[in-house]
Design a protein around this ligand. Sequence first.
Ligand code: BES
Ligand code: ZN
Length: 742
Amino acid sequence: MAVTQFEAADARRCFPCWDEPAFKAKFKITLEVPAELVALSNMPVVKETVCGPLKTVYYEESPLMSTYLVAIVVGLFDYIESSTLEGTKVRVYTQVGKTSQGKFALDVGVKSLDLFKDYFATPYPLPKLDMIAIPDFAAGAMENYGLVTYRESALLYDEQLSSASNKQQVAITVAHELAHQWFGNLVTMEWWTHLWLNEGFASWVSYLAVESIFPEWNNWTQFLDETTSGLRLDALAESHPIEVDVNHASEIDAIFDSISYDKGASVIRMLQSYLGAERFQKALASYIKKYAYSNAKTEDLWAVLEEETGEPVKDLMTTWTKQQGYPVIYAKLNGQDLELEQAQFLSDGSSGPGMWIVPMTACCGSYDLNKKFLLKGKTDTMHIKDFAASQSGQNFWIKLNIDQNGFYRVKYDDELAAGLENAIKAKKLSLMDMIGIVEDSYALSVACKQTLTSLLRLLNAYRHESDYTVLSHVTSVCLSVNKISTDANPDLSSDIKQLLIKLLLLAAKRVGWDPKDGESHLDVMLRSLLLIALVKLGHDETIKEGIRRFHIFLEDRKTPLLPPDNRKAAYLAVMRTVSTSNRTGYDVLLKIYKETSEAQEKSRILGSLSSCPDKDIVVQALNLMLTDEVRNQDAFYVLGGISLEGREAAWAWLKDNWDHVVKTWPSSSLISDFVNSTVSPFTSEEKAAEVSEFFATRVKPSFERALKQSLERVRISARWIDSIKSEPSLAQTVQQLLLQEF
Ligand code: BES
Ligand code: ZN
């Protein structure tokens, strides 16, 4: 098989060209390939001539397009086909014999094309669209014009073998790449500085499409996962602005990060919410029309939006795209006034110099009572006399940043925070607001602006929650609290673990292990989420049950007792009990890994093998990455799974294998994964110093920022630990909450 991947700057390695996004050209491609193979490119075939063992394939001339979107795939494939309402032929190509796994993506693809045509009020410009699964593919997917390439796990879906979360990933990836056919391919960023116009928009629009195709997935609430990653990364001093100077091709790859994607998508959501969905859509459609077959800068988009809406879009948005970071809004009640003050939020507890024009929203006691205004200076005061008149006592609450539409955090004073805690318990808040409150509170705790004690009290208010979208954030906070408390307070950490388990157990009992007839997609996701979290927290019962079901699964791979959604939890449970002297679980999982040809199943296993508490087993899992058993593209699954107990061993392993690792995984995102996964789990200044020293002579531009960010995370954890150690009432609160009846 032969496949090209040109983004960002590799078309020049295939043919001579002006290889920058603004030099658009028409491409007329001809290929000479072995006669028995399928040969695809951006455009349909116009003519084929066979000459002995070779054939020459001529393709139609393309419209004006950038070089990074040119693509060629040659190999043995089968395909399935469908077409859009307008008659565009859409195909999904897979390895021979796997086309049934392409049906879901084909359906999402066709629906997305129809939807984007309406949303952007512009037809899909090419005569065909092919989507193809590539077994070895560094990224998740690539939006080549008319020939979109995917790693198998991001395109193929199998009712029997895939999980609900695999299904979502396929839908989001397909919608994202097809959104690029307009945002990126038809209208292209002028230069890589504006990469976010491609990636942020495609990410945002993919949620729009998936929300419309699968309304029951509550996709916009799940979008807060993106906002959360953006907020977490952008709270580092070593973050960067959305618009970043790019002076050399080697600098491009490193900006395909959570800032361009997640912060980018989130500030678009913020702007859309400020301008209103209809006005926003109309303006986007004009922008696409105006810049079709051409290029645009961030300012060009703002100009169109200003023209269409009459709002000061450029001034507002420039504070978000040219400046790194984001604000935390301190909210304080002073009589009838709500006093607001902004300061740049940084996880290291310092306040940066940044200032933003902040689209503020507030509601008081009910979502019907709401206000909207721009916070332009450092401080402002909101008079809440009329606003809050009907609210009193227990029912009084004010929520800022309604539905987390804004890319910022809020720190409430004690009175306001108590009101919100009551509102959570009384189920008065939207899912998005419940997510926002726990995320902000967690981030403020990491930055030592709030105690871990108060975070635990807040988490306790979520114990009756049963919604997947909320609990996915609650569990992520719980797991992080669990990790930090192991280092911060070893004597108390087992009690904290018990408390976190107790918090998740009510919901876990409700969903159980066995799927229920007709249950929702989100409950299926919830089951998997909670089982995994309970295993990671060391909940004995869940681990034992996971192992029991795993053994049944070994006898019968089709057993309904371990559907794909629950397998990861069972695999992790098995790995919790593996050790060098009792390694059967590892060997058996490895055997399943080798036997299966399903990428999603392989990734589940890879992510489990390194989760073992036994250091030697962790090293074996890492060594597996160096063999032919693991494709280079899949190393990050292993890295993402490394147990806390294994972090020293993993770091020692990375040092020992460094020369080989940089040679084998040279791409920015892959090598950055190695650095980030092995360095970030540490929590002491000494370790940060040791890591810095090791990399002093080894650092390269491809992972320099990732290294700095990882070191910053280590120092942030060290500072958090110091602060937790001096919390006077932590132990008492933990005991109190543990004793509390539910
Ligand atoms: N354009 C990117 C692929 C890419 C990434 C090319 C980095 C070169 C360097 C593509 O549109 C993309 O964003 N893919 C994502 C998947 C998506 C669902 C967020 C990916 O590969 O993870
Ligand atoms: Zn993309």
